[in-house]
Design a binder for this molecule. Structure first.
Ligand SMILES: Nc1ncnc2c1ncn2[C@@H]1O[C@H](COP(=O)(O)OP(=O)(O)OP(=O)(O)O)[C@@H](O)[C@H]1O
Ligand SMILES: [Mg+2]
Length: 254
């Protein structure tokens, strides 16, 4: 068991390419480390990473959490306690085994209730599972919430993704500030994605943050998304694949 695994979180504003990059990162890790244990966590309730990695999701973390809640609410304390002690096995039931990697989705609470409960649960799940995997890649929900709620506490490598917009860059700077306080990250860096031709040669003000990669518009990725294909169907020459590789190399992960 490896207690010092690498936990990579992919964060940023909505629609900047977090899911596409998370999938590309998982692909790079599989190619570089076929013998290592790699886990992809879809921490976005919209479950986009599953599609990007070609995974069918049957059971989510929220499904498991709800079964605890139901047992506790029905007053069956004994059952609730037994279930808690079995949590580790139950979580493993929700982990889908694929070729070269494993996958887990957070899911979406059915009721309109507070999403923070499943986030609190996710934090524990990350903590438990990171002991069993060498590499964990977390595709985060858009925005700052999961960093704020300490879901990302155990993250070792923080990837801040933005497009070329001031808004997107503002969001990653905020995430970075909060992450300094609320996470244990060792390395952080920026990936600028979906840049226009002009954006590729523009210097962006990123304060003290390290720029890991600049990725231009990727037509291959757009076609791939349109067809609902997974990241494994992209050519090695796709911008997003090259960008993910560059970023991981700069972070000394691959
Ligand atoms: N470099 C790129 N070039 C062209 N299109 C891209 C690029 N990166 C991402 N996209 C496209 O942009 C859309 C959003 O990408 P993606 O789903 O990866 O973003 P996200 O940050 O995960 O979004 P959300 O916040 O909704 O989860 C997708 O259709 C994707 O194909
Ligand atoms: Mg996404």
């Amino acid at each position: 068991m490896n207690k010092n695994g690498i936990i990579i979180a992919v964060t940023g504003k909505g629609g900047v390419g977090k899911t596409s990059l998370s999938a590309a990162i998982v692909r790079q890790l599989i190619e570089k480390y076929p013998e290592k244990k790699i886990l992809a966590i879809d921490a976005d309730p919209a479950i986009g990473l599953a599609t990007a990695l070609g995974v069918e999701v049957e059971l989510t973390i929220d499904n498991i959490r709800q079964s605890f809640v139901k047992a506790a609410e029905s007053g069956n304390t004994k059952q609730a306690i037994e279930m808690l002690s079995e949590a580790r096995y139950q979580i493993m039931d929700a982990v889908v085994e694929k070729d070269g990697f494993s996958f887990l989705a957070i899911g979406r609470p059915e009721s309109s209730g507070c999403y923070c409960k499943v986030n609190a649960y996710l934090k524990e799940v990350i903590s438990i599972l990171s002991e069993n995997f060498d590499y964990v890649v977390i595709d985060g929900e858009a925005g700052i919430e999961q960093v704020n709620r300490r879901v990302m506490e155990k993250v070792t490598h923080l990837l801040l993704v933005s497009d070329g917009s001031q808004k997107g860059i503002g969001v990653i700077k905020t995430i970075h500030q909060v992450a300094k306080e609320l996470t244990m990250y060792q390395r952080a860096g920026v990936i600028l994605n979906r840049l226009s031709f002009k954006g590729m040669t523009t210097e962006f003000d990123l304060d003290d943050l390290e720029l890991l990669a600049k990725i231009g518009n990727d037509d291959q990725l757009l076609d791939n998304d349109m067809l609902g294909d997974s990241v494994f169907e992209l050519a090695d020459s796709a911008n997003i694949i090259i960008g993910a590789k560059e970023a991981l190399e700069k972070l000394d992960v691959i």
